[in-house]
Design a protein around this ligand. Structure first.
Ligand SMILES: [Zn+2]
Ligand SMILES: [Zn+2]
Length: 137
């Protein structure tokens, strides 16, 4: 098994550790991820819920995920960094933001999702799989 994926927020108060390999690595261009991260898209790695452990202090903002299940967006209440999401039925998946990793170079995205929401200035890598909405697996 490879080294755990560890990361955290800007101030260091919130940390997480993900064991094993991510299920999916992708760039989410949905409107909510744009607002949440303040960027064109959110680069994220999705794990099963049990693979990821968070430190104390992480806060979650819950919103409608648009697919019948709510989404919880994890952030640091001190510095405001966007670090993780809990998504899916019963929050089956824990998703961490690639830029919050201690070593963001380990992120190797394979997909662009919610491309229908992308801004005109959001230029995507043509090599990655394109999905107008959710990832169809
Ligand atoms: Zn912080
Ligand atoms: Zn999104």
């Amino acid at each position: 098994m490879s080294e755990a994926y560890e990361g955290g927020c800007l101030c260091g108060a919130v940390r997480y550790k993900a064991e094993g390999e991510p299920l999916f690595q992708m760039n989410c261009h949905c409107h909510d991820c744009q607002k949440w991260g303040g960027a064109g898209y959110a680069p994220v790695m999705a794990f099963k819920q049990a693979q990821v452990a968070y430190s104390d202090g992480i806060a979650f903002y819950e919103s409608d995920g648009g697919s019948g299940s709510p989404i919880q967006r994890g952030f640091c209440p001190t510095c405001g960094s966007s670090v993780a999401l809990r998504v899916g039925r019963d929050f089956a998946f824990s998703v961490v933001t690639a830029s919050s990793l201690d070593d963001p170079a380990r992120f190797t995205p394979a997909h662009d999702i919610f491309t229908a929401h992308a801004h005109p200035w959001d230029h995507m890598d043509p090599e990655l799989g394109k999905h107008e909405g959710f990832l169809k697996s």
